[in-house]
Write a protein that binds this ligand. Structure first.
Ligand code: HXC
Length: 514
């Protein structure tokens, strides 16, 4: 009987603690179109699977009137659950409790669940909704962030780390998501910035709204800090669940295998790419034409769209795709697209996901802006990432492969395992127009009809070099293949690479051009 009373008492305590910041704060949260921290977790994990820890943790701050403030769970919920029956760790900051601000106990809860995630080798999902460092706790809050950043770095490449920004993520707090693998944002809800509008007004005298400064669109389209953009929290959770199906639970395991499926009949690979090398097309349709079920899951769709990255499956297993996008700036490489691709290549390599590269690009974007923005350093990241990656690496040259772009897009010289080219591929130091103008300059200017001579020389150059056979004659390309055979060649290349064992020289670590 005594025991029963204690259980009822516990029940009461639980219900009380689960109220977060109380009715009024919850109503305010809802009026902003936001779910509560608890609702978010329950929506995300398998039904009935969530188990919470540290609900009764209390802060021990005695200054600024804090001694009288009881903060439910110290403003953050931590726990474990399952997704598709597999374990995951999760934390969600509760904005209804002191604005989800991070004090030392709050931070200790987050670091505890991060440690569990690493020890148990399960993905960790962090839901951020917080006013940043709890001002009343001073340096203890800063210490808390430091402990989180350290663990983000330690976990990197061992377990997947996913950040969901569902409210403010202000001040140094944004560096935790920036250290994780994937950042999800929601329109009108997510706000990320280092120095907020208040600071900008004070220091610079400029007015800017939080939305304009660091809203979901800003980070999806301009900064590239976010990887997935959703219009509602529920759409965001669906995206997270889909991502989870493509990635391994940790770096020693493969992603879930699915039943192999043929691509949909509507994507006919040899009808997508126009013969005329100046005509654009959407390279995502080429990916859809080769992957299982034509199911391509794109990452960072709205940023640096001149390169496409994302996951698909071949024969039921996850593959990472990197593809030049001729529909956006002819698919050139520039600072942002090189950064985008390089990071994704490293992600796939860390989690043993084979890489397929589709190549069709005129080279690097020329111009003072790019040079001064550091295209040398940024472009080098991509070379580094491809060279360093030891997962199976397959390249298909769809059309143009010119200059540095040819090398950068996972060429044989960076140790591609297989390089295939379609028959209309053009592989050369530069495009025939530019090349003819330089090497036949004298003949063209001295000709009776320079235009006619230029045309003739361009045709001559194209005939001699702008085809796949020169590269094939040197063994730089393994096979020239008909477009319709692309999936067949990819499936086989993946199949025979399954036990690939390529080692990098022993070293502490390399020094990538960060
Ligand atoms: C303590 C905080 C807080 C904080 C919010 N609150 N932020 N308490 N520390 N950092 C509290 C508020 O006092 C309030 O408490 C409740 O949370 C809700 O906040 P409101 O301001 O009423 O909400 P809203 O109007 O929606 O505005 C949200 C906000 C704003 C934009 C996030 O609160 C804000 O600007 N906060 C400060 C953001 C910031 O500059 N953080 C950086 C801190 S420095 P009551 O009791 O009234 O409900 C930092 C450095 C870390 O983070 C460095 C790590 C390397």
């Amino acid at each position: 009987m005594e025991n029963q009373k204690k259980v009822e008492e516990l029940q009461k305590k639980l219900e009380e603690a689960q109220q977060g910041g109380g009715k009024q704060a919850i109503a305010k949260q809802k009026s902003m179109g936001k779910l509560t921290a608890r609702e978010r977790i329950l929506l995300l994990v398998d039904e009935g699977s969530f188990h919470e820890y540290d609900l009764f943790v209390e802060h021990d701050v005695r200054d600024f009137g804090m001694q009288d403030k009881k903060l439910a769970g110290d403003g953050v919920i931590i726990g474990t659950g399952t997704l598709y029956g597999s374990p995951i760790a999760i934390y969600a900051q509760d904005f209804t409790v002191a604005g989800g601000s991070l004090g030392s106990m709050h931070a200790r809860k987050i670091t505890k669940i991060m440690d569990y995630a690493l020890r148990m080798r399960m993905p960790i999902i962090g839901i951020n909704d917080s006013g940043g460092a709890r001002i009343q706790e001073g340096v203890n809050s800063l210490a808390g962030y430091g402990e989180i950043f350290f663990r983000n770095t330690l976990n990197s490449g061992v377990i997947p780390q996913i950040s969901v920004i569902l409210g403010p993520c202000a001040g140094g707090a944004v560096y935790s998501p920036a250290l994780t693998d994937f950042v999800f944002v929601v329109e009108n809800i997510s706000k990320m910035f280092i120095t907020g509008p208040e600071v900008i007004r004070t220091v610079l005298g400029e007015e800017i709204s939080m939305e304009e400064l660091g809203g979901a669109r800003v980070h999806s389209e301009i900064t590239g800090n976010a990887h997935f953009f959703a219009r509602s929290e529920s759409e965001c959770f669906e995206q997270i669940k889909k991502l989870i199906t493509f990635i391994p639970w940790h770096n020693q395991r493969k992603a879930l295998a699915f039943e192999p499926r043929e691509p949909k009949a509507e994507y006919v690979v040899d009808k997508i790419v126009p013969d005329d090398p100046t005509q654009p097309y959407d390279v995502r349709n080429v990916i859809r034409a080769v992957v299982d079920g034509s199911d391509f899951f794109e990452i960072q769709e709205l940023w640096a769209a001149n390169i496409v990255i994302g996951f698909g499956r071949l024969n039921g297993d996850t593959v990472g795709f990197v593809a030049n996008q001729p529909v956006v700036m002819a698919g050139v490489l520039d600072c942002d697209s090189a950064d985008k691709a390089a990071r994704f290549i490293r992600y796939c390599d860390a989690f043993n996901i084979p890489l397929v590269t589709f190549e069709d690009l005129p080279g690097y974007l020329p111009g003072v802006d790019q040079e001064h923005a550091g295209v040398i350093r940024h472009g080098a990241k991509m070379l580094y990432a491809y060279s360093e990656a030891t997962v199976p690496k397959i390249t298909v040259i769809l059309r143009k492969a010119y200059g540095g772009g040819y090398i950068a897009m996972n060429s044989r010289h960076l140790r591609a395992d297989f390089v295939f080219a379609w028959p209309n591929a053009e592989i050369a130091v530069m495009g025939p127009e530019g090349a003819a103008n330089i090497i036949f300059k004298k003949e063209i200017t001295e000709a009776e009809n320079p235009d006619e001579m230029r045309k003739q020389k361009v045709a001559e150059y194209r005939e001699k070099f702008a085809n796949p056979y020169v590269a094939a004659s040197k063994g730089y390309i393994d096979s020239v293949i008909a477009p319709k055979d692309t999936r067949k060649f990819l499936l086989h290349a993946i199949q025979v690479s399954v036990n690939k064992n390529a080692q990098m020289p022993s070293r502490k670590h390399g020094i990538p051009p960060f």
